[in-house]
Design a protein around this ligand. Structure first.
Ligand code: HXC
Ligand code: NAP
Length: 268
């Protein structure tokens, strides 16, 4: 954590919070005093995250589930709300990604990513709403630059994340009057993450990617944690329905440069 926030006594639930960026977000909130729950498919990853988060701060809780299973998501949130008394900060970040040309993808390949990223987000948001502590709850969807930058070999992710951001915007209209703010964070290329291992698997691709970022480096998971804490803090009390790029200026550096640096090397 590089910024200072106090989330003592707050309940934070991070879907997809057992590795990478989302685990980093969970750790940031735990270090700021929150009780943090995480959920993802792998029981092993859930157990490891709960152990880590327990050491970082307040109480930690975990659920092994697939966000494509609406009933499982609903059950976990109900269980959490009964045990912990609701949710103050909800992060929806479960996602899947692999580089593949649209022409080379089966219908099920495209569907898998849309089902995890977009439908899964809907499951999480829908099931969480009754348990959000209102007024004042903060909801954050983890988006990606693919939501607004077309990238070759990312048609599934581009479509899914664009949908996620439209969920953010429409629910900002529906939930704002009910005391809930909802925003998206669109991380740029973040170091030491599964997303980068999949999209930038070689040093050369990573070098090209870094060269296209105006601040000339990859981001860190703690920088995304800082942004999530800012959006959930009183400092952002009037921020609702935005998609916040946290990307060193990657998305304004020129759409073609940013988009092509990452995935074009896969095509040659
Ligand atoms: C083409 C592929 C493929 C590939 C899988 N499929 N990988 N098609 N190219 N590389 C196809 C399979 O053949 C299958 O279609 C369908 O996708 C579903 O595959 P399964 O393995 O059965 O699915 P599942 O076990 O549900 O796994 C979902 C997954 C997987 C998305 C495919 O990769 C996963 O679990 N990912 C989670 C972790 C992850 O991706 N993290 C990175 C997030 S980063 P058929 O037709 O054969 O049944 C991110 C943004 C990064 O989102 C941005 C960086 C700037
Ligand atoms: P990651 O470590 O693979 O994180 C994905 C998380 O989601 C894992 O905890 C994974 O755990 C969980 N998950 C995946 N499918 C799930 C499902 N069907 N149900 C429940 N949980 C599921 O990847 P990451 O790179 O850190 O990405 C995290 C988020 O940041 C994603 O939303 C991604 O789109 C976004 N993002 C990443 C980057 C980047 O540079 N890495 C850039 C922009 C946006 P299990 O395997 O246990 O399910």
């Amino acid at each position: 954590m590089t910024a200072t926030f106090d989330f003592s006594g707050k309940q934070v639930f991070v879907f997809g919070g057992t590795s990478g960026i989302n685990l980093g977000i969970a750790e940031s909130f735990a270090a700021a005093g929150a009780d943090v729950a995480v959920a993802s498919r792998s029981q092993e990853k859930v157990d490891a995250a709960v152990e880590l988060l327990g050491k970082a701060g307040g109480k930690a809780r975990g659920y092994a589930l697939d966000v494509r299973d609406a009933d499982a998501v609903e059950a976990a949130l109900a269980d959490h709300a009964e045990a912990a008394g609701g949710v103050d900060v909800l992060i929806s970040g479960a996602a899947g990604n692999f580089p593949a040309l649209a022409n080379g993808m089966s219908p099920n390949a495209f569907k898998s990513v849309v089902d995890i990223d977009l439908l899964g987000s809907f499951h999480v948001l829908r099931a969480a709403f009754p348990h959000l502590n209102k007024p004042g709850a903060s909801v954050i969807n983890i988006s990606a630059p693919q939501a607004f930058l077309a990238m070759p070999m990312q048609s599934h992710v581009c479509a899914a994340k664009a949908g996620v951001d439209m969920l953010t915007r429409t629910l900002a209209l529906e939930w704002g009057p009910l005391g809930v703010r909802i925003n998206s964070i669109a991380p740029g290329p973040i170091a030491d993450t599964e997303g980068m291992r999949r999209l930038a698997p070689t040093k050369e691709i990573e070098r090209q990617c870094i060269a296209s970022v105006p601040v000339r480096r990859l981001g860190t998971v703690s920088e995304i944690g800082d942004a999530a804490m800012f959006l959930s803090s009183p400092a952002a009390a009037y921020v609702n329905g935005v998609v916040l790029p946290v990307d060193g200026g990657w998305s304004v550096a020129g759409a073609s440069a940013a988009a092509l640096a990452m995935t074009s090397p896969h095509m040659s």
